[in-house]
Design a protein around this ligand. Structure first.
Ligand SMILES: NC(=O)c1ccc[n+]([C@@H]2O[C@H](COP(=O)([O-])OP(=O)(O)OC[C@H]3O[C@@H](n4cnc5c(N)ncnc54)[C@H](OP(=O)(O)O)[C@@H]3O)[C@@H](O)[C@H]2O)c1
Length: 330
């Protein structure tokens, strides 16, 4: 079968398209013929060597797929050959024509939804929903600031904030074209966070009150600007380090948190999936319902053939993509 292999850490050039043996379906597994695989920023950090949970080399990237069941192991009873299902696999392997999964990884999806929309709702969709509902515990009428709002997680955060009754939604993006897009998706204010004084703009718009919830995948030194525009009882959730660095807090910043009843917390979707599968099921059901009702429309970005996985990764790294990036496999 064709697959993408990573044999050494480095930039997108380390992704090679090659032939691998098709996996045999063991008794406790399900063999999936992959239709399409979702690309996540974590796939990039994995081969760059900046992801904390490093997959051992060599490996095939790809943590989410949609496909058709090709074979079912003798011990598996909850799925049949020919069913179209989705799966999340933090052990990766999705950038390939076939993927072996465990029955508990099966995600059932409505027949009516197209493959690319389903992929947008998996890691990125669940992360966006859980960031707002589980991590930040959004309440009716609160304001939200979404960094990297034009991205895969970001576009869904913008739309979900409104569906979860946020008041003002602020989004940040690096270019004018992206800022125009995020306004079209529902942002009330589109902020240029390449301007080092972006936080002053946010404070001006909020009449000095600041924001209730800030969702941050960027990290690094921007923590100072973020905390300066976090309102009383505000929640700042860190869920990525696109800048290459984690945020670090000074004593003065900790003091300000304490005297303003503010919190700083972290979020990792895999931890919620491991410890609270019921919460994740509820989130996915709600996401699927909203999409079927026409209330939520994941923004679908570029689609690349499997062989061009390196091109897809380079485009995301260069900040040239918007919405969900997909690899078409079958
Ligand atoms: N903790 C979790 O459970 C979890 C789950 C899913 C995703 N994440 C994190 O969420 C973030 C977004 O993931 P995604 O898959 O949805 O990616 P993405 O948003 O589709 O792509 C990354 C976007 O981030 C922005 N960005 C800001 N600084 C950047 C930099 N230094 N280099 C490259 N891009 C930069 C770019 O938009 P601009 O040009 O507008 O800045 C870029 O388009 C990533 O950090 C990812 O690791 C975390």
């Amino acid at each position: 079968m064709k697959s993408i292999r990573v044999t050494t850490r480095g930039g997108s050039e380390v992704l090679t398209y090659q032939d691998e043996p098709k996996p045999d379906c063991s008794p406790e597994c399900v063999l999936l013929k992959v239709i399409a695989a979702g690309v996540n920023f974590a796939d990039i950090m994995q081969h760059q060597g900046t992801y904390p949970l490093q997959l051992p080399l060599p490996y095939t990237p790809g943590m989410e797929v949609i496909g058709v069941v090709e074979a079912v192991g003798a011990d598996v009873t909850n799925v049949r050959v020919g069913e179209r299902i989705a799966a999340i696999s933090f052990a990766a392997g999705g950038y390939a024509e076939y993927l072996l999964i465990k029955p508990e990884q099966i995600i059932r999806i409505p027949d009516t939804l197209d493959e690319h929309t389903v992929l947008a709702l998996l890691i990125q969709g669940l992360s966006a929903y859980l960031l707002l509902d589980y991590a930040a515990r959004i309440r009716h009428g609160e304001s939200v600031l979404i960094h990297a709002a034009a991205g895969g997680v970001g576009n869904l955060l913008v739309q979900l904030s409104k569906l979860m009754n946020a008041s003002d939604v602020f989004g940040t993006a690096s270019t004018e074209a992206k800022r125009e897009m995020i306004k079209n998706w529902g942002c009330d204010y589109a902020i240029d966070y390449t301007d080092p004084k972006w936080h002053e703009t946010v404070l001006q718009i909020t009449n000095g009150k600041g924001i209730n919830i800030i969702l941050d995948p960027v990290g690094g030194s921007a923590i100072a600007q973020n905390l300066s525009c976090l309102g009383v009882e505000g929640r700042f959730v860190s869920y990525g380090w696109l800048s290459g660095d984690y945020p670090s807090l000074t004593t003065a910043q900790c003091q300000k948190l304490l005297f303003n009843n503010q919190s700083v917390s972290g979020f990792a979707v895999n931890v919620v999936m491991e410890h609270h599968p019921d919460i994740v099921d509820t989130a996915l059901t709600q996401l699927l319902n909203w999409v079927q009702m026409g209330k939520l429309t994941p923004i679908l970005g570029q689609v690349f053939p499997l062989k061009d996985a390196a091109v897809a990764h380079a485009a995301i790294s260069a900040r040239k993509t918007t919405g969900k990036v997909i690899l078409q496999v079958g």
